[in-house]
Design a protein around this ligand. Structure first.
Ligand SMILES: [Zn+2]
Ligand SMILES: [Zn+2]
Length: 441
């Protein structure tokens, strides 16, 4: 996984697929290798609003003023919100940790970039650049609200970029659209997030919901609070509705649900675009949850933890200084609460360290504060993936049956497993940053 940004060039035309920042790098290091681009692209296309797919748009637009961008209508709104939030986070990191190069852009840059980012509907082919012979279409990818795969047709060649893709239904979102059998795809660019994860015996979304509900009930019945660290886009909205469902079916006691920060703002966008959710999905109004105020106020958090409640807070991997880390810092000093991770945890993150901590271990939740002793033992992880599992990725390749496959968006283990085992006999590529893959049409 990295700064997702792929340049597609053809007969002198150039299109960028995604324009993200690297989630584990900081400052200018987190940007795509824009220096390799000596000419402006004709356009850029954004698959969805996660920062690793859209976080560098304002830098691109400052470098190449006026370059047009396209995204689905929900994604356009989400990108706007995510980028303004990035400015706030980068300002904070510049102050707290003096990271050079931050902020990479300001609110004005975001406003400028958004003027040139247009919305295009799913399933409606469009020409992204006036001087190009390219037709692009956004196809439902599941994953998060507005998430799209991108089908590109150029004369004599068809390319399908999955973006981040999910095959199975989540509570709010349907799975990706099935590839049209009649479609002849020459080149498939496929994400590989779960390529290293064997999914034999994987629980379904419903089974995982039940397992989480049982564990939450124990905590709430003994008077504790439950923290569910969740990504702002996707998982927060899913978890609010999963918890509401568990309450309505009596699986867990009725307690207040609290949400905090960016996840609430994105929830408003889900509310605005309910037509893009699964037709059977019931999106509870945001008023179903309480707003958790200033999480830096230790008194407020300690007071909240005196009564059973469910707290859904960003960030999902519990990065230091984020709301989930600040709430956890107060929780781990007591033994009756529960902290349950509901997404992927990178081994370098505080969340991963907390999941694997034993009683008495010391962990730092705030950057400039001393570490805290972990007393809490009821810490767990549940698999609510928004990415295609390994066998689903293999199945997508079988269905699309391309002549060339480019594996992207995965750790080295995932990429190499996919390259060795997932293919259909097609030519396979795992490009390095800056590497050009040449395909003769
Ligand atoms: Zn994503
Ligand atoms: Zn991604």
């Amino acid at each position: 996984m990295g700064a997702n940004c792929f340049e597609l060039s053809f007969n002198g035309s150039r299109i960028l697929l995604d324009c993200g920042t690297h989630p584990k790098k900081e400052g200018k290091e987190s940007l795509p290798a824009f220096d390799l681009m000596n000419q402006p692209p004709d356009a850029y296309l954004i698959s969805h609003g996660h920062i690793d797919h859209c976080g560098a748009i304002p830098v691109l637009c400052r470098r190449f003023p006026g370059v047009p961008g396209f995204a689905t209508p929900p994604t356009r709104h989400i990108v706007d919100r995510m980028l303004h939030n990035s400015v706030v986070v980068m300002d904070m990191l510049a102050k707290e940790r003096g990271i050079s190069g931050y902020p990479l852009f300001d609110h004005y840059d975001v406003g400028y970039a958004m003027r040139f980012l247009s919305a295009r509907e799913f399933g409606a082919p469009f020409n992204p650049g006036e001087n190009t012979d390219i037709e692009a279409t956004f196809i439902h990818a599941g994953h998060v609200l507005g998430g799209a795969s991108i089908l590109i047709r150029i004369p004599g060649h068809t390319l399908f970029y999955t973006g981040d893709i999910s095959r199975t239904r989540q509570w709010l979102l349907g799975g990706c659209a099935r590839p049209n059998k009649a479609l002849r795809v020459n080149t498939l660019v496929i994400e590989s997030t779960l390529g290293a994860t064997d999914d034999d015996g994987k629980c379904s979304y419903e089974e995982e919901t039940c397992r989480l509900g049982d564990r939450m009930r124990c905590v709430l019945e003994r008077g504790g609070a439950v923290l569910l660290p969740s990504f702002a886009l996707g998982r927060t909205q899913e978890m609010v509705n999963i918890v509401a469902q568990l309450q309505e079916t009596g699986q867990i006691p009725h307690t207040p649900i609290y949400t905090v920060g960016l996840g609430r703002a994105v929830y408003e966008i889900y509310d605005k675009f309910t037509d893009y959710l699964h037709p059977d999905a019931v999106l509870r109004p945001l008023s179903h949850t309480h707003r958790l105020g200033n999480v830096w106020d230790k008194g407020l958090v300690e007071d909240l933890l005196r009564r059973p409640s469910v707290i859904i807070a960003t960030s999902g991997m519990m990065t230091e200084n984020t709301p989930s880390a600040l709430v956890a810092q107060a929780m781990v000093r007591q033994s009756h609460h529960g902290i349950f991770f509901v997404g992927y945890l990178d081994p370098d993150t505080l969340g991963y360290k907390l999941l694997h901590a034993g009683p008495g271990d010391m962990l730092q939740f705030e950057l400039d504060k001393p570490p805290v002793e972990v007393v809490l033992e009821d810490i767990g992880q549940y698999r609510f993936s928004a990415h295609a599992s390994r066998s689903e990725l293999v199945d997508i390749i079988r269905c699309v049956d391309p002549e060339h496959i480019i594996y992207v968006h995965g750790d080295p283990d995932a990429l190499s497993w996919m390259r060795e085992n997932a293919g259909n006999g097609a030519r396979a590529f795992v490009p390095e940053i800056g590497q050009t893959v040449t395909i003769e049409a």
